[in-house]
Design a protein around this ligand. Sequence first.
Ligand code: F6P
Length: 320
Amino acid sequence: MKRIGLVTSGGDAPGMNAVIRAVTRVAHSEGLEVLGFEHGWDGLISNRFRMLTPRNVGGILHVGGTILHTSRSPEFRKPEGVRKAADALAVNCVDGLVVVGGDGSMQGALALSKVSDALIVGIPATIDNDVYGTEETVGFDSALNTAIVEIDKIRDTANSHDRIFIVEVMGRMRGFLALTIGLTVGAEVILVPEVEYSLESIVRTLEVNGAKGKKAGIIVVAEGIGDTHKLMREIAKKAAVEVRLSVTGYAQRGGNPTARSRLLANLFGEKAVQLLLNQQGTMMACLENGKVTSIDLKEVCSNEKQLDLSLMKLAQTLAT
Ligand code: F6P
């Protein structure tokens, strides 16, 4: 192992830069050269990269986004695109590649590992925390904290006006962000795609709370449940209460990574380089029982991470 590549792919996540810094510096400390492919898989397909050195990755640890840029690459979804990416690794004598991203990026990493001679290792980094095999992804904690800061402020207005607020958070079709955010802001109702809900039960909860003198409320909704504007109108009509909608949106993707996201980035970065040095490809760095370890990419890509529904019950108990 002499030269490794690094690519950030899919949605950016706070802590990706910390991963770039960690991989580059650990790799250099082991005598490896590092090529940073730019704009996600597109950078491999079009052979666009820059050399990463311990010095030129300075000053990025605390910065959100990714200095390598990222993309969602339609071309990489085709076998021809994967083939071109493998060619770029071969032509540049890259012996190992670190792929930093979410679920889709890990699928891409596995596809590439099937046609490339280079060893491929993944680092899970997405605000959605929906990657199987790891308790946490880089960026998840940062997105949680961004949302919490915003919702705590919304709570002030909800209390002052005796209003119900629906707060839509990201997470694609999964509820990891919504559930954890809901629990940690004390949401009165949490809606996630994994759990069926009924308008009647939401209204009942609001009515029971109202009868207890609790007129304000926060309903945290995962974007994956669908049309939140419609939901707002339906709740307002049925419960005869004032309802407002606030969408946290892309603000959750940016900003400085929290200490926890930085720590994971550093530990996963080190692990990924160690895996490559040990000639272990088609693997992903992961967090299991609070410890950094690794898991086969095939297992990651053939399983679905489960939401801990006991947290939903706890959130309901605590929001009385
Ligand atoms: O995967 C991260 C994420 O922010 C999801 O929460 C969201 O659904 C999606 O990306 C948005 O994707 P795009 O950046 O392509 O609009």
